[in-house]
Design a binder for this molecule. Structure first.
Ligand code: SAM
Length: 347
């Protein structure tokens, strides 16, 4: 009797907390928190449909309307008080092995792939992306090349294969586990906040950034692009792949995304473009792509490796990614954001 009474009390207090969070942070935030902290395993197809299936108009209005536009700004100001390093460690320092269970087997790239045909594998699509970005970057032996946010080192490996040397290639991350992993591969990498870094003027020939500008907040962008512009030599190139917001106002997704990437806030694409131009860059290329297929591949890979993933990192981390991938798919599907690949040149 006592057990069932305390079980009931636990259920009621959890339900109250979720209702409170739903009211303050929006229903999607509360639902995501509820499902990612559950100890049950969800049926993969039902879970995917739960997050991605079309919703009726009233429900859609509620989910996309809360927290209200006025409240969103204040809430985000509070949520963004923490530093970048804590947020990056929270997301990326889960376990390198865990990421192996869903990323492509060749490069472990944790960024949008480039699918050129429906039947391509994730591995092929990641190779397409790498080839496309390397062509834009045009790296050469003897260049000083910086990888901003190198992840598990896939792009550093590809660049070094292309130019036939690792000399001159340097990478920064804020994840200690990534640092250990890529140092072990023999690359020159540092635990360094690339936003805070004071770069020596005209010290770099090439800068590559894949999936890391998403972590630079809108009010940091201009200063950051200015620094990178000064760090490049004349004629130097920066190649960036990132996603940004397509239109005002800031969508409610920027609140629930704090569950997965605490401390990060996307900028509007026109804010990127204005900052890049103000810094002095010439935009030579800006092409868009869809992130949806990559997210579905990661989801399917994780499901296929479910037992190993849970044994490695536990049910809560597994459920976090089972929640994150379909929510991110829906975010792109709803047209809040687009993925860009840009070539910026310092004249
Ligand atoms: C989505 S991952 C992308 C990794 C890799 N470029 C790839 O394509 O797989 C983002 C990377 O940016 C790094 N990062 C984010 N903010 C950073 C900062 N302020 N300073 C240094 N690294 C940062 C993370 O540590 C991580 O390596």
């Amino acid at each position: 009797m006592e057990g069932s009474a305390s079980g009931q009390a636990g259920f009621v207090s959890r339900a109250r907390r979720l209702l409170r969070l739903g009211a303050s942070h929006g229903p999607l935030y509360a639902m995501a928190l509820h499902r990612m902290t559950a100890s049950a395993q969800y049926d993969p197809e039902a879970n995917w449909r739960f997050w991605t299936a079309p919703r009726n108009g009233v429900l859609e209005g509620v989910l996309r309307g809360y927290p209200s536009a006025g409240h969103r700004g204040k809430l985000l100001d509070k949520m963004l008080r923490q530093g970048h390093a804590e947020g990056i460690e929270f997301h990326y320092d889960v376990s390198n092995d865990f990421y192996r269970f869903f990323l492509d087997q060749d490069y472990m790239l944790y960024t949008c792939a480039r699918f050129l045909a429906d039947d391509e594998t994730l591995e092929q699509a990641q190779k397409n992306k790498v080839d496309f970005l390397i062509e834009l970057l045009a790296p050469e032996a003897g260049h000083q090349i910086l990888d901003l946010g190198f992840g598990w080192g896939g792009m550093m490996r590809c660049i070094s294969e292309q130019i036939g040397t690792r000399d001159g290639l340097l990478g920064y991350t804020l994840s200690k586990q990534q640092l250990a992993f890529v140092r072990n591969l023999g690359f020159d990498v540092e635990l360094q906040d690339f936003i805070e870094k004071n770069y020596a003027p005209e010290s770099l020939d090439r800068i590559i950034s894949i999936g890391s500008l998403e972590h630079v907040r809108p009010d940091e962008l201009l200063h950051f692009y200015n620094k990178l512009f000064r760090a490049l030599r004349p004629g130097g190139r920066m190649v960036a792949q990132f996603f940004s917001l397509d239109h005002e106002p800031i969508p409610p997704s920027m609140v629930w995304v704090q569950l997965f990437f605490p401390g990060s806030l996307l900028a509007m694409h026109n804010v990127h473009v204005a900052a890049v131009k103000q810094a002095g860059f010439i935009i030579k290329e800006d092409v868009t792509d869809s992130y949806k297929k990559t997210l579905r591949c990661w989801y399917d890979n994780l499901v296929n490796n479910r037992d190993k993933a849970i044994a490695t990192s536990g049910i809560h981390i597994y459920n976090e990614y089972m929640t994150f991938f379909p929510m991110a798919w829906r975010f792109f599907h709803d047209g809040d954001s687009s993925l860009h690949r840009m070539l910026l040149i310092k004249p």
